[in-house]
Design a protein around this ligand. Structure first.
Ligand code: HEC
Length: 149
């Protein structure tokens, strides 16, 4: 009986995955709302990286940096769909900077200068893209539609 239930549970889980995959192929578009939502979680995550570094918890900093990198990486679709090669380039530099940060945080003990430098490059990537493609101010940031034309 337990075995039957387990199989049934696996089947249900399998169906759920198939449905999720189908939904993904049906809606492959990365909308401005997706970008907004991703950025809204990326901001606190990157702030969390800095907070963990200040607290000396390099393991937590690394986990948050990896999570941030993953989140930022998903946004590449947005820029590709719109043919924004410059944004794709900035994004790639920023992702590479996250890799460098990951490496720096993985050393024991971590070299503060290397961590700082990598953080600086990450931040430079955020700023470079925001300067072109983001408008508004704190609490009311939006996509700069004009820059997409
Ligand atoms: C390739 C372009 C690009 C890169 C790189 C980028 N962003 Fe953004 N970001 C945007 C755009 C465009 C917006 C405005 C979208 C919106 O808020 O609707 C934005 C908005 C934001 C917002 C405001 C969200 C809101 O509406 O409150 C935060 C926070 C943010 N980004 C953090 C980051 C951080 C941190 C990094 C670097 C680790 C980063 N971004 C890298 C393009 C980028």
């Amino acid at each position: 009986m337990i075995a039957v239930r387990r199989v049934a549970a696996l089947l249900v889980a399998g169906l759920g995955l198939a449905a999720a995959a189908a939904a993904q192929t049906a809606y492959p578009i990365f909308t401005p709302d997706h970008l907004d939502a991703t950025m809204k979680t990326l901001g606190p995550n990157v702030a969390g990286v800095h907070a963990a570094i200040r607290a000396g918890d390099m393991t937590l900093a690394k986990e948050r940096a990896i999570r941030s990198r993953e989140q930022l990486a998903t946004t590449i679709t947005f820029w590709r769909d719109r043919g924004r090669d410059d944004a794709v380039r900035i994004l790639r530099v920023t992702l590479r900077a996250f890799d460098t940060l990951d490496t720096a945080l993985s050393q024991t003990p971590a070299d503060p200068a290397a961590v700082d430098a990598a953080n600086g490059t990450v931040g430079g990537g955020c700023t470079a893209c925001h300067a072109i493609y983001r408008q508004g101010e704190d609490g009311d940031y939006r996509l700069n539609e004009a820059a997409l034309r």
